[in-house]
Design a protein. Structure first.
Length: 85
């Protein structure tokens, strides 16, 4: 299992547009990927689940990645987060 922790820098947090991009990025991998805001953990392949977390700027999120391509997925998620959030 790999984990990726990131502090959201986007001033609007994870709203509809970046959440959609995130789901698209997560869909590229076969691994099981979940996102947690510290109190709730959801499937990162589900747009509405991500939106339900209500993640704001400055909050820390943690992605748990398990599966055959977890190393590739972790590197891809880190790059995506830095570029988009």
């Amino acid at each position: 299992m790999k984990t990726v922790t990131y502090i959201i820098k986007d001033e609007m947090g994870i709203h509809a547009r970046p959440a959609g991009l995130l789901v698209k990025e997560v869909g590229k991998y076969n691994s099981t990927i979940t996102i947690s805001n510290g109190t709730k953990e959801v499937d990162a392949k589900r747009l509405m689940a991500i939106m339900s977390l209500g993640i704001k700027q400055g909050q820390s999120v943690t992605f748990k990645i398990e599966g055959a391509d977890e190393a590739e997925a972790a590197a891809g998620m880190e790059a995506f987060l830095k570029a988009n959030l």
